[in-house]
Design a protein around this ligand. Structure first.
Ligand SMILES: [Zn+2]
Length: 530
């Protein structure tokens, strides 16, 4: 999501305002006091492994980690019989007994923002929610202002902060010492991309720019080995839809904007009601869902679009969770986690309001929710077919808007991919290997994370439940199960998230978040009821 803007000029103004006042800036992550390790030799023993490639679970395995790298993944026996101790790797200086537990690669969230001074000023809050939900890599789009993203990226790489790995994608025009002004012509677009590359950004976050500017931004990004991801917003989509952008070489489409527009049956522009106003957020978010009936699943246009986008190697990062409240706003507003883990300031931002982005519940109706449910059916069908035909579909969250909380909403994205028709193993692959591949592709390098295998970075999740049978066990609040005494009990929640060989107690991170929320409530009061 993004703040409302209608022109590249306005983007420039907003990004400058964003970085002006120190008082109103995001607070960077605190110096790290959490996590144990890295160890010279750590051994995780007896786990069932889901390695991220799509292979079936296998166990028991012992996993050896030296410093921040996986050096051995050894199958040490068969289920239901004792492990032959002779086959096991030698003792580590730190050992985790993962018998009865599942191990997976850490998750890659390809659409992340670190909050905002208004909503969640302390990034520790956001970082800990991500790590507590197994997210060990984020693509900030942007994480925050350009300079902030780059310093936090370096601090995370050095493990100076308790945070996932950060890939910094930034918006054109950003940068404190960018003197080129607004991006209004292709030459300036190229200059900014070269400036951003010299600063060390990893990629460019695009909107639906004018075709000549979009072409220059993408072409220069490819030359500089920077990634590109685009939210093809409705204000520009009539001139820059998904297939237009993919033909220019766009790397990732995020959200869905531009996809349906690329295959309308009877229209070229969305046939809005004549009193449509984009600055009316309810118009904006209700009308877009009406596109489901403008396309014909498996029709000629649908099939040829699918084929062309796959040939162009476009990654789809749908962020389905961020629109899911549209299908049922009551469930989103009353989610289990708000009470303990949602900051009052974030809650205030979610509250229906004509001036806050994504808080469009002015008069949300049964009809609106049904329209979104139908929209999801068509959208999900396309995503599932895209995956089946060889396309890359990834996981992104875009939390901090529309009742979606960092970390928790990422897990919801996994559930939504399963709803779209993905097998849970395909979901895990989308969340791990395919995310890593998407980040590495612009560099032309092979990912060194996203799989649990020798040689890869030690980014792992350890959980006592089988996530393939129920993704809900990954929520920090767990899943509810009735026990033998007929009592409802919460099970699951990630036990450990390992990033770069450092072991974080996921439940302890959540406790820190809870403490932060309680402290904020002392100042700002409880979550306001309405
Ligand atoms: Zn966003």
């Amino acid at each position: 999501m993004r703040y409302i803007f209608k022109s590249t000029f306005l983007i420039f103004i907003i990004s400058n305002l964003f970085s002006q006042s120190d008082k109103k800036s995001l607070v960077p992550g605190s110096n790290r006091s959490e996590g144990d390790g890295p160890y010279k030799r750590m051994v995780i023993r007896g786990a069932t492994l889901i390695n991220g490639t799509g292979s079936p679970p296998i166990g028991p395995v012992d996993i050896v980690i030296q410093d921040n790298r996986i050096t051995d993944v050894r199958s040490v026996g068969y289920p239901g019989v004792p492990i032959n101790e002779d086959r096991r790797p030698k003792k580590g200086d730190y050992e985790i007994n993962a018998s009865g537990h599942y191990v997976m690669p850490g998750f890659v969230d390809l659409h992340a923002h670190a909050g905002s001074p208004q909503k969640a000023p302390e990034t520790d809050y956001v970082y800990k929610l991500w790590l507590a939900h197994g997210v060990t890599t984020v693509r900030g789009v942007g994480l925050g202002p350009l300079e902030f993203s780059l310093t936090e990226k370096v601090r995370s790489a050095k493990n100076e902060i308790t945070a996932p790995r950060i890939w910094a994608y930034q918006r054109p025009g950003q940068g404190k010492d960018w003197k080129g002004g607004a991006i209004r012509d292709p030459q300036n677009a190229r200059r900014w991309v070269r400036y951003a590359a010299s600063k060390g950004v990893d990629g460019v976050k695009l909107v639906s720019y004018d075709p000549d500017i979009m072409g220059a931004l993408i072409d220069e990004a490819i030359k500089q080995k920077l990634g590109t991801t685009a939210h093809l917003g409705q204000m520009g989509v009539a001139r820059m839809n998904t297939v237009d952008a993919a033909r220019l070489g766009l790397g990732t489409q995020t959200h869905f904007y531009g996809l349906f527009e690329s295959m309308y049956e009877e229209n070229d522009i969305q046939p809005y009601p004549v009193n449509m106003n984009y600055n009316n957020e309810q118009d904006r978010f209700s009308q877009v869902a009406h596109q489901w009936k403008l396309v014909k699943p498996n029709g000629k246009k649908w099939e040829s679009l699918k084929k062309e986008l796959i040939a162009l190697d476009l990654t789809m990062d749908p962020t389905m969770n961020i629109y899911a409240a549209g299908r049922n706003v009551m469930y989103a507003r009353n989610a289990d986690w708000h009470e303990k883990y949602t900051l009052p300031s974030l809650w205030d931002f979610y509250t229906p309001n004509r001036k806050a982005h994504g808080s469009y519940w002015f008069d949300w109706t049964t009809h609106d929710e049904i329209t979104w449910k139908k929209f999801y059916q068509v959208w999900m069908q396309f995503l599932n077919e895209y995956k089946n035909a060889g396309g890359r579909v990834t996981t992104g969250s875009d939390s901090g808007f529309i009742y979606k909380l960092f970390g928790f909403a990422y897990i919801e994205e996994l559930e939504l991919l399963q709803e779209a028709g993905f097998h849970p193993l395909e979901v895990i692959r989308a969340a791990t290997l395919h995310g890593a591949e998407t980040l590495h592709k612009p560099l032309g390098t092979k990912p060194d994370f996203g799989i649990v295998a020798p040689g890869y970075l030690a980014d792992l999740i350890i959980i006592s439940e089988n996530p393939l049978s129920n993704f809900k066990v990954l929520y920090g609040t767990g899943a509810i199960r009735v026990n033998q005494n007929n009592e409802p009990k919460r099970v699951g929640g990630i036990k450990y998230t390992i990033k770069d060989g450092i072991v974080y107690d996921a439940k302890k991170l959540l406790k820190d978040v809870e403490d932060m929320v309680n402290k904020a409530k002392k100042e700002d009061g409880e979550l306001k009821k309405y």
